[in-house]
Design a protein around this ligand. Structure first.
Ligand SMILES: Cc1cc2nc3c(=O)[nH]c(=O)nc-3n(C[C@H](O)[C@H](O)[C@H](O)COP(=O)(O)O)c2cc1C
Length: 227
């Protein structure tokens, strides 16, 4: 697939076939994705690839904690609520997803089910947990590097017929993930990526999110002199 076609075609996948992903395919994806750039080539990432029983334990731990009302806790500070245009875009994508799923605003039970799906890693057969060394804090630049790696992973996966959703939900109960994924105390958990073969019958997988016009966020300077 042409790169421009690939990057525009990729979308988040939130429903998966119960089909294992061969380790060799994941290794290939990571071999490609590791060519992502990083600040001063520090490559500050670790990728913990989890499937099978340990992933089941993470799903259960996340679900149990959420149902017990254990407040989510991440390894790094983050803004919990968006404002203005960011809030609007957050709501827009939620509305798109709930609309296709036929989940009404007042249907608390199905809304909760949907949220719990995220904590179960969308029942994906694989989850990749991305971490970085704790000593790097304040780690904004390293977190940026992990973002670059994440995008490369989801694109390389898409090229191979695999779907992904980068998600914060799966690692919000960071102590659960740390325990079952055996993540050393020296690392901070940044994000996870659910991965698997897309279930094309799952309607939320049909949602295509929107993007702003480039003219809304790009400023060009000094081009007037170009003939
Ligand atoms: C850092 C990050 C965190 C995300 N967390 C979640 C999440 O917790 N749950 C979820 O359903 N999607 C999550 N997403 C997916 C976004 O909602 C999605 O990328 C966005 O709506 C654009 O849609 P697209 O990926 O289909 O282009 C996350 C994406 C990123 C980059």
């Amino acid at each position: 697939m042409e790169f421009s076609e690939l990057i525009k075609a990729r979308k988040s996948i939130r429903g998966y076939l119960p089909k294992p992903v061969p380790r060799a395919v994941i290794e290939e994806i990571i071999e490609v994705a590791k060519w992502a750039p990083s600040s001063m080539n520090t490559q500050p990432w670790y990728v913990h690839v989890i499937t099978g029983e340990p992933l089941e334990r993470i799903r259960k731990g996340n679900t149990d904690n959420m149902l017990a009302g254990v407040p989510p806790k991440r390894d790094f500070p983050m803004k919990e609520s968006y404002e203005g245009v960011h809030r609007k875009r957050q709501i827009d994508i939620a509305v798109q997803l709930f609309d296709v799923m036929g989940i009404a605003r007042e249907d608390k039970e199905r809304r909760t089910d949907w949220v719990m799906r995220g904590f179960r890693q969308f029942d994906a057969p694989v989850s990749l947990v991305l971490t970085y060394d704790k000593y790097l804090e304040p780690a904004a630049i390293s977190q940026f590097d992990l973002g670059a790696l994440s995008h490369a992973i989801v694109l390389a996966a898409w090229e191979r017929g695999l779907g992904c959703v980068i998600n914060g939900q799966g690692i919000m109960q960071s102590s659960v993930v740390r325990e079952h994924a055996r993540i050393p105390d020296t690392q901070n958990i940044m994000i996870c990526i659910a991965m698997g073969y897309p279930d094309h019958e799952f309607v939320a997988n049909g949602v295509k999110s929107v993007r702003e016009d480039a003219s809304d966020f790009v400023t060009y300077l000094g081009f007037d002199a170009q003939k």
